[in-house]
Design a protein around this ligand. Structure first.
Ligand code: FE
Ligand code: FE
Ligand code: ZN
Length: 276
């Protein structure tokens, strides 16, 4: 069993996101904590949170997976950009405590020519400042496609980030199927071997969420262009094996496919029908 959801718009509040998720047959969801380009987050409404928590219990939702804005680059070269990323994460984590015990995933960033090692050091440093022992949210590093100077393409790089984080029980991994495929991990022909590699390098106990996406590009393209489930280079058969794999059971699966609400409802129904 897995939880399935899609990205939702946070501009209308948690209650609306829960209702939308329920409407399309989802039992989890994701949302950008603020406009993907950054900016201010929506004001928290206590009433909205209260209604949401009741709904989420009524609908038997699993944990949600909030997504940090794309503009957040914790390993930027300019100190003011790193500070901007850090402040955004601290603010997001404070706000997420209104809805305790969920996930918050972020892109580990682009080193913009400083080198992978420097990138990893900056990103880990930001985490060490932003995480606190009191928080209940688990922060998830997303596996990246390796587009441009992105760090976090290889499992080894993810491991290195995790290793440097002091509050290790506050940090985990979100595996994006499109990204690891574009990053060179052949989940179409060697799913078991890829999962084994993940386990031996990172540890499956660190895996807390999956972004389930097909890809517009070939293996190892380093591109990051998501496609609808079954319409890309990964394909339905491989993704069917992914959702049925024992290593992934119990996790929230978030679709980041190019769809509208109706398309997502169909995609969710199709994935649910894949269960053996
Ligand atoms: Fe992402
Ligand atoms: Fe993703
Ligand atoms: Zn992506």
């Amino acid at each position: 069993m897995i939880y399935i959801g899609t990205h939702s718009s946070s501009s209308r509040g948690y209650t609306d996101m829960a209702e939308q998720a329920h409407r399309i047959g989802a039992d989890t969801f994701a949302f950008f904590t603020r406009n993907p380009r950054g900016g201010n987050a929506k004001k928290i409404s206590e009433q909205d949170i209260k209604t949401f928590l009741t709904l989420s219990e009524k609908y038997h939702f699993g944990a949600f997976v909030a997504h940090a804005p794309y503009t957040m680059n914790p390993c930027a070269a300019k100190p003011e950009l790193r500070e901007f990323a850090q402040n955004m994460m601290i603010d997001d984590l404070n706000r997420l405590e209104y809805t305790p015990r969920n996930y918050y995933n972020f892109h580990p960033g682009s080193h913009v020519g400083q080198g992978i090692e420097t990138g990893i050091a900056y990103t880990a440093a930001m985490l060490n400042t932003a995480l606190s022992p009191e928080q209940s949210t688990i922060v998830l590093v997303e596996t990246m496609a390796g587009k441009g100077t992105e760090i976090g393409r290889t499992f080894e790089e993810i491991r290195e980030i995790l290793d440097r984080v002091k509050l290790s029980d506050k940090i985990g991994v979100c595996l994006d199927t499109c990204h690891i495929w574009d990053g060179g991990y052949d989940i179409v022909h060697n799913l078991d071997a890829v999962i084994q590699k993940f386990d031996s390098i990172i540890g499956l106990n660190r895996l807390k969420a999956v972004h389930l996406n097909d890809s517009m590009n070939e293996l190892n393209s380093h591109k990051d262009r998501h496609q609808k489930i079954g319409q890309g280079c990964i394909g339905s058969d491989a993704l069917k094996r992914v959702v049925n794999h024992p290593a992934f059971q119990g996790l929230p699966f978030i679709l980041e496919t190019p769809n509208d609400e109706e398309g997502w409802a169909k995609e969710i129904a199709m994935i649910r029908s894949w269960f053996e």
